[in-house]
Design a protein around this ligand. Structure first.
Ligand SMILES: C[S@@+](CC[C@H](N)C(=O)[O-])C[C@H]1O[C@@H](n2cnc3c(N)ncnc32)[C@H](O)[C@@H]1O
Length: 319
């Protein structure tokens, strides 16, 4: 049990009552990076010797350096959508190696790693192939995965333009899911061109959680264990059964109903914000239309007034 100093660390002090909200303001409105799972990665690194990491799906590169801080000597940062900013970030650290071939195709080309972090294309076809390759070729690795909860758990997401064959995809929609009803909506969690989602949730071969279940259920994979940290879109940890120490150390996170409740509340609140933003934009569009109608009517009134004026003038001259 921590002493009262933990109270000051989290809540601020009577002399600095704004400390907690200063911390809150530093976060983006929607937490989504795996950087928030640092303490869980610390547990993994404490229980396993992790010298090499394959990080699939890198985006800004804000997590890549963390693996080096925790002890990795080489991190292969796989992202086919690497931006100039990501290239510059990774170039600053000689232990980070950018790889732009997409996963899963790239996995056999890289050295077998101690840790795989899967956070790339969040759909059944890609995740099923990634996990199958790792289980067959890196049986001693730990696999950490993201997006095992809503919205990708039971519904594919496809980064666009998607390189997947049509038979590997479900029919897609540019609309997005929301916590507030089961149907997709333009006011939901939309990709705005960056990604689309499967029109229907559930069923076979749909979603990241379904891919994990199917690979774990295959004969020969009985030794693998799975734990879910139910926070920030859901983090999964896969490791072989012999690792009781890792399983015990993860248990406070994987068995936390509190985390799961907070995650449900977080996505409900966030999708409510999205809905309100959508409605505000629609209202603004409606207000613009009204303003256009009013100004067209003003022009018509001016024209009629001028006509009336000319008529009166003609009448006056005529008299
Ligand atoms: C959610 S972001 C990753 C966020 C990052 N892991 C973090 O926690 O900050 C997903 C990234 O995966 C990349 N991506 C999409 N398809 C991929 C694929 N087939 N292989 C590797 N990366 C992929 C996208 O370009 C995008 O940058």
């Amino acid at each position: 049990m921590e002493g009262p100093s933990s109270l000051a660390r989290r809540a601020g002090t009577r002399d600095d009552p704004y400390a907690q909200m200063r911390e809150a303001r530093k976060q983006p409105l929607l937490l989504h990076s795996m950087a928030v799972f640092r303490e869980i990665f610390e547990v993994v690194f404490a229980h396993r010797e992790i010298r090499s990491v394959v990080e699939v799906g890198v985006e800004s590169g804000q997590v890549s350096g963390m693996y080096v801080e925790l002890g990795a000597k080489a991190v292969y940062c796989v992202d086919p959508g690497a931006t100039a900013q990501l290239r510059a970030t990774l170039a600053e650290n000689p232990a980070l190696h950018l790889v732009t071939t997409p996963s899963p195709e790239v996995l056999p080309e890289l050295p077998v790693a101690d840790l795989y972090v899967l956070d790339g294309d969040h759909n059944y076809a890609v995740v099923e192939r990634e996990l199958s390759w790792i289980f067959d070729n890196a049986p001693d690795a730990v696999v950490v995965m993201h997006d095992l909860l809503w919205p990708c758990a039971r519904r594919d997401l496809y980064y666009e333009p998607s390189p997947l064959a049509p038979e590997d995809k479900h029919a897609t929609s540019a609309d997005g899911p929301t916590a507030w009803h089961d149907e997709l909506t333009p006011a939901g969690f939309v990709g705005a061109g960056a990604f689309t989602v499967a029109q229907h949730a559930g069923g076979e071969r749909n979603g990241v959680a379904t891919a994990v279940e199917d690979v774990l259920a295959r004969p020969g994979n009985e030794q693998w264990r799975f734990g879910l940290v139910p926070a920030v879109f859901g983090m999964g940890v896969l490791y072989r059964a012999a690792d009781q120490g890792l399983e015990d150390a993860l248990r406070p996170y994987t068995e936390s109903d509190l985390l799961a409740t907070m995650e449900n509340n977080r996505v409900a609140l966030y999708t409510r914000v999205l809905q309100m933003q959508y409605e505000a934009a629609a209202q603004a569009g409606h207000a613009d239309q009204l303003a256009e109608t009013v100004s067209a009517q003003r022009r018509e009134i001016d024209r009629l007034n001028a006509e009336l004026h000319r008529a009166w003038e003609a009448l006056r001259i005529h008299r």
